[in-house]
Design a protein around this ligand. Sequence first.
Ligand code: SAM
Length: 222
Amino acid sequence: MGPTNNRGTRMIELINDDCRNHVSRIAEHDNCLVIYDPPYDEWDQVINVEATSKIAFTSPQRRHETENILGKPRNEIVWFFKDGRWVSKNLPRITHNYIFIYGKTSDAAVGPDQEIKTMKKGYTSIGKDNLGPRIFTTKPRKHLNSVLEYPRNMKSGSWGKPIGLLKNIIEWIDPDIVFDLYMGTGSAGKACLNLNKSYVGIEKNSDVFEKTKAHFRPENRQ
Ligand SMILES: C[S@@+](CC[C@H](N)C(=O)[O-])C[C@H]1O[C@@H](n2cnc3c(N)ncnc32)[C@H](O)[C@@H]1O
């Protein structure tokens, strides 16, 4: 499936290949987000690319390998899932992963709408009481929290990431185009459809690719 157009509106492109053959294209875009979500035991084969923004999914056990390849993240989000998984009988059940953030982000508020309220903020700290009460108005939407709770996306296989989680992060970073180097079930692509962002998804495994491609046919989109 190729680009639908090149006139500044959304395009969706899906590629069945090793992502490392396509990374040179990323430099053509000056506001792009690269998503890294490789199988965690293949982090040592990942290539670091230059991009405006990058996010990387990694686990407590693999975070050092991720840092070896991509460097120290500017910021990190903890993805908390109650439906955890066991890696060993002798260790705590894993109920979180990390999302490392590199490069540009925006100040966009994300997440569900909330009621707009104006309220008194109370007096300020000791010694500043003479400033009087201050007024504070909530934003129509909330800011991103550093811990995001989403159940794992088990419908699509054990490694599908939650579409809502990706939607919040992509909206916050606000790129013009997303390169999803390890597409899998295409959760990031579905988030991009929802946000009307351009998306390039790359998947090496042909069986996985064909299944995911079918989900992107107009008649199968939700
Ligand atoms: C953890 S899954 C990605 C899950 C995806 N983010 C989602 O939400 O569905 C990793 C995927 O990367 C694919 N993969 C592994 N190595 C790859 C490579 N070099 N190039 C492209 N895809 C690769 C695997 O076949 C697998 O489908």
